[in-house]
Design a binder for this molecule. Structure first.
Ligand SMILES: Nc1nc2c(ncn2[C@@H]2O[C@H](COP(=O)(O)OP(=O)(O)OP(=O)(O)O)[C@@H](O)[C@H]2O)c(=O)[nH]1
Ligand SMILES: [Zn+2]
Length: 198
């Protein structure tokens, strides 16, 4: 399957560097099935970091009038994402809850945009804390909200598959703003939506 890579990516140079990295690690790439491995590796990394070249908040530009004057909490729960840990360049796949509480009468966005927002911020070299913060900052600054939230549960390969080898350990982070942070009932409502272990 062909993948369109963003402008500004030099796949040929990335392929050469991937070949050098594998060679320096003593990993041969001279069999029929591995000769193309450096190019595949470069392409896969480019795909997993494609969000570097995008502005995820653009997904919040198309808005609709609400059905109800006070729609209450709107949330996309269990949104799957894959990010690359910026320390080790290893994946941390996970699930996110992306939510906002519109002001009365405020315009809202399509549900899929909440998923796209999180997935595109994830498609960068990341740390989980920054990912959650970027999502809530985008919601806060582009929508008319009383509060925003991003709850993330993720398993970091750098901690589960190597290093500490804490196999089933997960990282859980919460980013809450406005009433979702300060109002006791709203806070309980949103925290109940933390993604559960898959
Ligand atoms: N807070 C936070 N830490 C992360 C995240 N991703 C990776 N890390 C941690 O970043 C740290 C990097 O620490 P270093 O000591 O430089 O790396 P290291 O020698 O490979 O450490 P070990 O993983 O303990 O073997 C590790 O503790 C990782 O678990 C993240 O999203 N958030
Ligand atoms: Zn890491």
């Amino acid at each position: 399957m062909t993948t369109t890579l963003p402008d500004g990516i030099d796949l040929a140079a990335a392929t050469d560097h991937a070949a050098s990295l594998l060679a320096a690690l003593g990993i041969p790439c001279n069999s029929e099935s591995t000769t193309d491995t450096p190019r595949r590796m470069a392409k896969a990394l480019a795909e997993l970091t494609s969000g570097v070249h995008l502005d995820p908040a653009r997904h919040l530009k198309v808005t609709f009038p609400p059905e109800d004057e006070r729609p209450g909490l709107i949330a996309a729960v269990h949104v799957p994402f894959v990010a690359l840990c910026e320390h080790h360049v290893l994946p941390f796949p996970g699930r996110a809850t992306v939510a906002y509480l519109p002001k009365p009468g405020a315009r809202i966005v399509g549900l899929s945009k909440l998923a796209r927002l999180a997935q595109e911020y994830a498609a960068r070299p990341q740390v989980q804390e920054r990912l959650g913060r970027q999502v809530v900052e985008a919601l806060d600054s582009h929508l008319d909200v009383q509060g925003a939230a991003c709850l993330i549960r993720s398993q970091h390969a750098c901690m589960t598959l190597r290093g500490a080898r804490a196999h089933d350990a997960a990282m859980v982070t919460t980013h809450l703003t406005g009433l979702l942070d300060t109002d006791v009932a709203r806070r309980a409502e949103i925290l109940a939506l933390m993604p559960s272990p898959s």
